[in-house]
Write a protein that binds this ligand. Structure first.
Ligand code: ZN
Length: 197
């Protein structure tokens, strides 16, 4: 007997749910725990390192992350960052950035909602943030590197922003044609990217 393949969906650029400010999660109900599990599975199916609930079609302030730790990076991590990596993959509820470093870094970004399009984005090098976990506990601390960038990218989704909204005019021009085709393709496909796994 073959196991039926499961169907995973991610919304793509142009879907109105990606441009909305998402609502707070509030109480952790069984439905919220189920949503986190579904999002973690989708992120994994699409080989992502982060996914925000609006990308899953749900306008709630929840993100899931699974940021890889690079060889040699561990020595540079703060105790809080180490604790974050030890808990991957993880779901964060109502995440909030409470401070941003003045120092910025530039790095190429991509997004499951903007497939096959990449461009450099300038963001604060470090952020302080707080969030709740599924067990109701609070976490609060500072993150930099790819983890800090991933958190900023995912929290942007909760406020209706894509990384393509944060580009220099030059970079925005460079991907304008690709973005137009992506949105046109989305209009014909209900803004859904589907994967069976
Ligand atoms: Zn994204």
């Amino acid at each position: 007997m073959f196991k039926a393949k499961k169907k995973y969906e991610v919304r793509t650029a142009g879907d109105p749910v990606l441009a909305k400010s998402a609502a707070p999660v509030g109480l952790v109900t069984p439905e919220i725990i189920q949503l986190a599990d579904d999002m973690l599975q989708s992120m994994d199916a699409f080989d992502g390192i982060g996914l925000a609930a609006p990308q899953y079609g749900v306008s709630l302030r929840m993100i899931v992350i699974d940021v890889p730790l690079y060889e040699g990076e561990e020595e540079t991590l703060t105790p809080f960052e180490k604790q974050m990596f030890a808990n991957m993959p993880m779901a964060l509820l109502d995440p909030e950035i409470t401070a941003r470093s003045g120092e910025v870094t530039e790095r190429e970004e991509g997004c499951l909602s903007v497939p096959e399009i990449y461009a450099p984005v300038v963001r604060p090098a470090r952020i302080a943030f707080r969030a709740r976990l599924l067990d109701g506990s609070l976490i609060e601390g500072e993150c930099g590197g790819l983890l800090g960038r991933c958190l900023q990218h995912e929290i942007d989704h909760l406020d209706g922003f894509l990384f393509t909204d944060r580009l220099s005019p030059d970079a925005a021009n460079r991907i304008a044609g690709q973005m137009k085709r992506l949105v046109e393709f989305g209009m014909k496909n209900n803004f859904r990217r589907i994967k069976r796994k």
